[in-house]
Design a protein around this ligand. Structure first.
Ligand code: FMN
Length: 278
């Protein structure tokens, strides 16, 4: 392990609707309180070359289709080597969702492939942002987690940051072992492709669109050009466009029924997500 007394720490995340970012910031703030130099960023805002300069890298991701989102997988495959750098991973997932443990393992595997040393892994449940679930009338399933994240979730994040530091200080690495489950089978038939078959009429309603650019910024694969149609061949069905459009101008059908996004879902159900105490 490069250093058992880390000074310069990086917390990065991929977050389309804020759950993962919120946890990442809690972890980062804890390490700031412990006197470490902490940088926090969405992975897309970070230059690739600087990663080996850190004494600890922690990455957070949502679980998508029981796995690491394909865009993040690609990014982690392309990063330069980080030999000896301690690495930790956390995921946020949709309440009763699937694939959380193996997704965290997947993140760590990608970073250990680059020479990172695994020192921590955690999973955090909250409301799912898979918009077809509520759009097809299954709001109840999502609403049963409407109080998450809560103070217990944030305490869990603080505990995780303390445990990671403890492991590094003691020079301890962790085992990264995937469990066999539904998600293991789904690796043979990735769910994302089934989902893509169920999606139709994915477009931007030009009359409603206010050209704020949020959908183009959120799209991790550059599939959206406001002047043109959405490039379906690039789309990875992350739903970032539909979940974040402030005026519901992004349209999509799932199994023939119109889908509405996470912002709209929160509004309709008068849900305000509990922010962590600073
Ligand atoms: C496209 C998509 C696929 C998802 N697939 C899963 C899944 O397989 N298992 C799960 O537990 N949650 C799943 N979820 C829920 C998200 O993992 C969860 O809501 C996460 O906290 C969102 O993080 P974010 O707000 O940082 O983007 C999915 C959400 C989306 C949008």
């Amino acid at each position: 392990m490069k250093d058992t007394a880390p000074k310069k720490v990086l917390v990065i995340w991929y977050s389309q609707t804020g759950h993962t970012e919120r946890i990442g910031r809690v972890i980062g703030h804890e390490w700031q309180k412990a006197g470490l130099g902490v940088e926090m960023a969405e992975y897309r805002n970070l230059g690739k070359t600087s990663l080996s300069h850190y004494d600890l890298i922690t990455i957070g991701s949502p679980v998508y289709y029981m796995d690491v989102p394909v865009n993040l997988k690609q990014w982690l495959t392309d990063i330069p080597r980080i030999d000896g750098v301690p690495v930790a991973a956390f995921v946020t997932f949709g309440g009763s969702g699937d694939g959380q443990h193996n997704t965290a393992c997947g993140l760590l595997d990608l970073m250990t492939d680059k020479g990172g040393i695994p020192v921590g892994m955690e999973t955090f449940g909250n409301m799912s942002t898979f918009a077809p679930t509520w759009s097809l009338g299954n709001e109840k399933r999502i609403l049963s987690y409407k109080d998450l994240p809560n103070d217990t979730t944030y305490s869990q994040a603080r505990r995780f940051s303390a445990d990671v530091l403890k492991n590094i200080n003691s020079g301890l690495s962790i085992d990264v072992e995937e469990a066999f489950g539904m998600d293991s089978l789904m690796k043979i038939f990735p769910q994302i492709w089934f989902t893509k078959l169920m999606i139709s009429s994915h477009m931007i309603d030009k009359e409603t669109c206010i050209k704020c650019g949020i959908c183009t910024d959120k799209c991790p694969v550059g599939a959206i050009d406001l002047e043109q149609d959405i490039d379906e061949s690039r789309c990875i069905a992350c739903l970032g466009c539909i979940n974040n459009c402030p005026v519901n101008a992004v349209k999509m059908n799932f199994l023939g029924k119109p889908v509405y996004g996470f912002n709209e879902f929160l509004k309709r159900n008068q849900i305000k997500i509990i922010e962590p105490a600073v």
